[in-house]
Design a protein around this ligand. Structure first.
Ligand SMILES: *Cc1c(COP(=O)(O)O)cnc(C)c1O
Length: 377
């Protein structure tokens, strides 16, 4: 097969057009700092978008937001934190930054997210072992909402707060409520490959102004109120840059249209796999779930078939990627406890993420169609 010139990427940045205007304003007014009006405006835009009394703090990454979130929820060295195993490592790394211990939980088969039954079993077992977990980190993977009602019920029953990793799910909803508003603390990411980007960035969403203020305090080196620099607590340098926030403001103007584009791409893939017994596309279990379809993912019959298709895409210069490798299988996390069977392992072996960018062209779609059609036939 001849090599097509330009590579089709999984999820490239997609600018709306006004981003540079907000960056230019920052230059004109010399707000070249992790401080300034763009940050305030970007936070307000997100608060308006998310509703539900969200208090948004712009940070320099989603990972920083998870780290601060765990601190705000009181996680300390030696504590246990429950975390979805099927996710990106950034969901779990901050647990280890704090000297706490991750306890990994398997996924269920409908949304591919944290299995509520396994979660409850794990909580009971950890309590019996004498160490009640401090936090539940649940992830809306690939933009698909996790089973919010079931997970929240367990969180309330055992009084363990939820850190909602909504890094991939801005614009997704569950029962018409936006993802990013379900956690005791919630987190967004604006990395280059996410649904919107600030080139790099993230946000923490708090339930009150007090918690927001505390997050800003910790994210700006925990400076006490004094004319000199004085610190009674360890701080972090995690605030978002005013330049990056300018990109974010521009991206908010096109967020909804980009989500519609991603959903349209998902519908495009559906035409290929709807009536295919051997390949299934991850889809919303029912009308309570609305995914931004950040990525469209398929599950094939076997690892071997997955690899054949992945290589065929590669041959055509089209980027695809296996589903996240579960954390309990990662060399860095091997020693930590895992609850579940083999769901997440199965998804890892047989799952493939397909190009899903909101700027995918008709020509790109034609090239993708050719690869899928020749594989399916
Ligand atoms: C991207 C991502 C993060 C981390 O966000 P960064 O902004 O890249 O630090 C965390 N969790 C998940 C599920 C992600 O996809």
């Amino acid at each position: 097969m001849k090599q097509e010139k330009n590579r089709i990427l999984l999820s490239p940045p997609h600018m709306g057009g006004n981003e540079q205007k907000y960056i230019a304003e920052a230059f004109v007014n010399n707000w070249i700092a992790p401080f300034g009006p763009n940050i305030k405006k970007f936070e307000k835009d997100l608060e308006y978008y998310l509703k539900e009394n969200s208090n948004v703090v712009g940070l320099n990454s989603g990972t920083a937001a998870i780290h601060l979130g765990l601190i705000l929820l009181g996680v300390k060295s030696g504590d246990e934190v429950l975390c979805q195993s099927l996710t990106f490592s950034a969901s779990a790394n901050p647990i280890v930054y704090l000297g706490a211990k991750p306890i990994f939980i398997d996924s269920e088969k409908e949304t591919w997210n944290m299995c509520p039954i396994t979660l409850e079993n794990a909580i009971l077992d950890r309590i019996e072992k004498g160490n009640k977990p401090k936090v539940i980190i649940a992830v809306h993977l690939y933009g698909m909402p996790f089973k919010v009602q079931e997970i929240k019920k367990i969180s309330e029953k055992y009084n363990i707060p939820i850190l909602e990793d909504s890094a991939e799910a801005l614009g997704s909803t569950y029962n018409n409520q936006k993802c990013g508003t379900f956690g005791d603390i919630s987190v967004l990411s604006f990395n280059g490959n996410k649904i919107i980007t600030t080139s790099g960035g993230g946000a923490l969403i708090a339930k009150s102004k007090e918690i927001k203020d505390r997050a800003v305090f910790l994210a700006t080196q925990a400076k006490d109120n004094a004319p000199h620099y004085q610190h009674s607590e360890i701080g972090y340098n995690y605030r978002m840059s005013n330049i990056c926030a300018g990109i974010g403001i521009g991206q908010m103007e096109v967020l909804d249209s980009h989500i519609l584009a991603r959903r349209e791409i998902n519908a495009f893939y559906k035409t290929f796999f709807e009536n295919n017994k051997n390949i299934c596309l991850l889809k919303e279990p029912n009308d309570n779930f609305y995914s931004n379809h950040w990525l469209s993912i398929i599950l094939l019959e076997s690892y071997e078939k997955r690899e054949i298709l992945r290589n065929a895409f590669e041959e055509a210069n089209i980027e695809t990627r296996p589903v996240w490798k579960p954390m309990h299988l990662q060399p860095i996390f091997k020693e930590y406890p895992y609850y579940g069977s083999k769901n997440s392992e199965n998804l890892f072996e047989r799952g493939l993420c397909l190009p899903s960018g909101s700027n995918l062209t008709d020509n790109d779609k034609t090239r993708i169609s050719k690869v899928i059609s020749s594989f399916v036939n």
